[in-house]
Design a protein around this ligand. Structure first.
Ligand code: ZN
Length: 237
């Protein structure tokens, strides 16, 4: 079984389309949340993820856009984007996200625990250090945990050791992994990031996909969203 794991699309349709094309035929799509926020195409991103038949979790931005998280918890630019997103979000997609928000914010799939942010705080904690990764192993019992939210691809073992080498990891032990962000990478690489899991080979491969960043940037400016959300896409920060 080959699984494509995506997260943090953030309304960036050119990035999402590039990832879908790159992955080709897979057995399953898992989406760890934040389909919208920041980017100019929230409706098309929700529609495309729905068309994939993906397993989907709501992220903090998804919840913010439908009034299920207080916008004061977001920084000013992010909150401005969410107010705009809430205005343009089509009723059908809003209903879909409200539905998601009623389901568990943490899912168990075979050997995997799926969350948006972390197993001990599924909506908000940033697992961005080896120490935080290590601490979170006590909060799931499956072999693997997949999470997003930081926008930085990563894989840690129970000792907090970094398992990623040349964009891949062996997946032969308990692992906490992050696919990185499709629509707003923050590791200094502007290319869309996602994770391909090959279950038979017990191998994880992070893919980086070039996309039309000029188009995504222009769309954010046309929508009148904060300039920083346009500018950062080219830097991957
Ligand atoms: Zn995000």
């Amino acid at each position: 079984m080959r699984i494509a794991v995506i997260s943090d699309i953030h309304g960036n349709l050119p990035a999402l389309e590039a990832v879908i094309a790159d992955a080709g035929t897979v057995d399953a799509w898992w989406c760890l949340g934040d389909l919208l926020g920041y980017g100019a195409d929230p409706n098309d991103c929700v529609r495309r993820v729905r068309e994939l038949g993906a397993v989907v979790l709501a992220g903090n931005h998804d919840l913010g856009a439908i009034g299920m998280e207080d916008l004061r918890r977001f920084n000013d630019a992010a909150a401005r984007c969410l107010r705009w997103t809430a205005r343009v979000l089509e009723p059908e997609h809003r209903e879909y996200l409200l539905d998601l928000a009623e389901r568990p914010i943490r899912l168990e799939r075979q050997h995997y625990t799926l969350v948006h942010a972390s197993p001990r705080d599924p909506v908000w904690e940033y697992v961005d250090t080896p120490r935080r990764a290590r601490a979170n192993f006590a909060h799931f019992s499956s072999q693997y945990c997949l999470l997003g939210h930081t926008h930085v691809p990563a894989a840690y073992d129970e000792r907090g050791q970094d398992l990623m080498a040349d964009g891949s990891a062996p997946a032969d032990r308990r692992t906490l992994g992050n696919p990185g962000a499709v629509g707003q990478p923050r590791d200094g690489n502007w290319r869309a990031s996602y994770l391909l899991i090959d279950e038979e080979a017990k191998h994880w491969e992070w893919r980086r996909v070039a996309y039309d960043v000029a188009e995504a940037t222009a769309r954010i400016r046309q929508a009148g969203l904060p300039e920083i959300e346009a500018a950062r896409l080219s830097f991957g920060r």
